[in-house]
Design a protein around this ligand. Sequence first.
Ligand code: HAM
Length: 427
Amino acid sequence: MADEKAEPQVIRAPKGTHDVLWPESARWEALVAAFSGRARRAGFGLTITPVFEDARLFRRGIGGDSDVVSKEMYEFTDRDERPLALRPEGTAPIVRAFVQHNPPVPWKAWYLTPAFRYERPQAGRYRQHHQLGVEVLGTEDADLDVEVIALAARFYADLGLRRIDLAVNSMGCGEDRARYVDVLRAFLTEHAAELCDEHRQRFTTHPLRVLDCKRPACRAVTENAPRLVDYLDESCAAHFTRVRTGLDALGIVYRLEPRLVRGLDYYTRTTFEFAASALDAAQNAIGGGGRYDGLSEAIGGPPNPGIGFGIGIERLLLACDAEGCFAVTPTPADAFVIDLTGGEQARDLVDELRQAGLVALRAYDGRSPKSQMKQADRSGARFAVIVGTEELSTGVVTLRPLRDPGEQETVPRRDIAARLSPLSSEG
Ligand code: HAM
């Protein structure tokens, strides 16, 4: 028996990552186009930042002992021993770019980014996932919170999603938060024995994280915990009222979720999360965000309030599958050129058709007429444009419908692009 170790190994994508191939990627294309359209109409511009950053950005920005940073971040040093990290999320890099370039405010950025988290892979949970997101920097106007939440809500609706649960909370800020944390810690101390193993150990240092714990033991305790919204100071309370009034005015249905604190430490005031009711609870969060009025300072910048959200593309598509919506059929090619004269005609014709704005395909490697015809059928193209020896000598091509009923016809070669253009599915 051959030594298996000596066999060349087939290299596969790393655990927890996945490839998106054509035609599934047509859905991604359509998704990104729908999102960028919405974002552009709201004044957001595409922003691209590096996929790796100084690791300190995330430690300071997200919180060094948050799960995302302490357990899940991909960290490494480069050849010059610089501490770097693959971005686990998109917000801190955008705020870093804002601080670095100091653009006029309000600054509205949208992004599409991979995010890396060393999690236990399962359906809807990856080590590399992808987010669509927006961030606005430079204003604390509560109407912007409404605008940002509305953008996400309307986008989900654009895709045809109906079973969406929007939870909203306010995390307060500064002193009111500190006051609440003391009250919560006292409450949890009384119930320490009932908490899950992890939080029984950790609740004194991180009482807010207990509110985020999904284990039944902690859920049962926090059901009756004091609520952050009841401890907001006057300005945070007024801010939150304005947000809620705005959501009502726009007809955006939400529920108040007093335990919504989210897993990243930078949040202040408004937080929100969208869950897809059609998915299992373990990975039904299809988007979330909130305000982070102290993040700019935390990473060494001047004070600058901000708000945004991130939407997980993979989960969003799972939600669409579960609801049977947003099925995207790739646009069929306009023409498949079949060249029975050696290939030069196909070479020239596809170029000519593409120059005219048409989607044109052909076969390669000198395939037989039968094989070219088979490929044309399989390609889903709407028409075959056939050039045989006789056509070539008389300056015509044969145009044969492949999908729609109709007779084949002979068209002067110089007219073929003009003849196909009005029929183009791209147009
Ligand atoms: P996040 O809630 O950690 O927030 O992630 C945003 C979304 O990314 C989640 O709602 C989920 O859809 C998706 N997601 C997260 N982790 C995974 C994973 N391992 N596999 C698949 N999908 C995942 C943030 O990242 C914040 N930066 C959002 C934000 C923007 N807050 C303010 N601005």
